[in-house]
Design a protein around this ligand. Structure first.
Ligand SMILES: Cc1ncc(COP(=O)(O)O)c(C=O)c1O
Length: 434
């Protein structure tokens, strides 16, 4: 394991400045303990480097987009070539149209697509489209499901004190109180409870949104099929949030991987190749409401954004998808992830740490509990202190991951897996000793 470099003066100065100008000294919720905090200097392949010269094996991957690894040559070339032609036009361009075609060809539910810039916007507009189509206001989402930062999404995505279903708990200050009545919450993976809520409120529910693979929790066999069946029975649009799963679990996303086709889907992360780009895709009759020809009809969905269909993001996305389409890529991604998952499981067992590896091969994490993890309340049973320690001690050993996720990329090598498992072994050894 390489020796960790002391933080140099330049990096310390940047951290001080960040603390001065940015609330909490961060760009969002991701932050690290003071002794291991760092500023990124560069990323290349499966690694990122801080200002003091430390190298990290990166399982954060920019929160998911960098499935090819950082600074992939084909993405760099595509972006560099396009840059000469300008950065953004706010109007039709060839890369955006080509990307629309690739996504619609790949994704089972996608007849048509509308671009936006962030995953949050994509889920926001998918919900608006569902409400516009049904002319009903309420949304049903699942406890623990994350759909971004807007007011509808931040309901019971991470409640510390969950209420009885279907009552929602806002996850943020500043969300209008009225929305607590507009969002119904169901337990992920509990089909009878979900069906009962939908049956009771179907005349008010305009759309059901779900992460088909919720954070790292896999759907139980039959759960997504059951939700599909009950939403179809009441003609309620089912929205898959594929911001994470799109082009990751399979070329056609979670809907291909789990074999359940929703009415609408939200995409982000991978489709922009590390640049800001997202999309709502879905059934032609629902998507038609985005058509400006309807502007005066009352059925029209207003949706516009300065950078929608940005050509630089589109060429980066196209280059990324082109690589992903190469034969054998998904097998490689799954093999790498499986090797790491199996190693983690064996180490948990060897050191008798209360925990389990939860997820699918391209995305998973250790959840420090022996309770079954089929829903958000299962995750809540974990020992948060062990998780905090796991993350911090891995970071100190040059392994970077999200607080409760490990993303695998095509750039991760067998050597990266081995080095990561060596670090995990050291951390578990320490945990077992205390
Ligand atoms: C499942 C899911 N949906 C939506 C979002 C929001 O995407 P963004 O952060 O691009 O707004 C995220 C972000 O991580 C996500 O994981």
């Amino acid at each position: 394991m390489p020796q960790r470099q002391m933080r140099n003066a330049a990096e310390q100065q940047l951290l001080d400045k960040a603390r001065h100008y940015l609330p909490g000294g961060t760009l969002g919720n991701t932050r690290f303990d003071e002794d291991v905090a760092f500023v990124v200097k560069a990323g290349k392949g499966s690694k990122i480097y801080d200002m003091s010269g430390n190298e990290y094996i990166d399982f954060l991957l920019g929160s998911g987009p960098m499935i090819l690894g950082h600074a992939h040559p084909s993405v760099i070339t595509a972006v560099r070539e396009y840059l000469e032609r300008g950065s953004t036009y706010f109007t039709l361009n060839e890369p955006a149209i080509a990307l629309a075609e690739v996504i619609c060809e790949a994704v089972p539910c996608a007849d048509k697509i509308r671009f936006s810039s962030t995953g949050s916007e994509a889920t926001f507009f998918a919900l608006r489209a569902a409400r516009a189509f049904t002319k009903k206001d309420k949304i049903l989402k699942f406890e623990g499901g994350y759909h971004g930062g807007h007011d509808y999404a931040l309901m019971s995505s991470s409640p510390s004190l969950p209420k009885d279903f279907p009552r929602a708990v806002p996850d943020s200050a500043g969300i209008p109180r009225v929305l607590e009545d507009e969002v119904l919450i169901a337990p992920f993976n509990d089909l009878p409870a979900t069906s009962a809520i939908i049956e009771r409120y179907h005349h008010e529910i305009g759309g059901v949104i779900v992460e088909p693979f919720q954070r790292i929790i896999t759907p139980r066999p039959g759960f997504l099929q059951g939700v599909r069946e009950v939403t179809q029975r009441f003609a309620i649009p089912l929205i898959f949030d594929e911001v994470v799963t799109g082009f990751r679990l399979a070329w056609g996303g979670a809907q291909e991987y789990y074999g359940v086709v929703p009415d609408l889907a939200a995409f982000g992360k991978i489709i922009g190749g590390g640049y800001p780009l997202s999309a709502v895709a879905g059934r032609a009759d629902i998507m038609e409401a985005f058509n400006p020809d309807l502007e005066t009809t009352g059925d029209f969905i207003a949706q516009t954004g300065t950078l929608n269909g940005n050509p630089i993001a589109a060429v980066a996305g196209l280059a990324t998808l082109q690589q992903l389409k190469t034969a054998g890529t998904y097998r490689q991604l799954f093999d790498t992830g499986r090797a790491l998952r199996q190693g983690l499981s064996e180490l948990l067992k060897r050191y008798d740490i209360p925990g389990q590896v939860v997820g699918e091969d391209p995305l998973f994490d250790v959840v420090f509990t022996d309770e079954p993890v089929h829903d958000y309340r299962g995750v809540l049973t974990q020992n948060r202190e062990l998780l905090r320690r796991f993350n911090a001690e891995l970071l100190a050993r040059g392994i970077l991951k999200a607080s409760s996720k490990m993303y695998v990329s095509l750039a991760h090598s067998a050597a990266d897996v081995e080095q990561t498992l060596t670090a995990v072994r050291e951390v578990f050894e320490g945990m077992a000793a205390t």
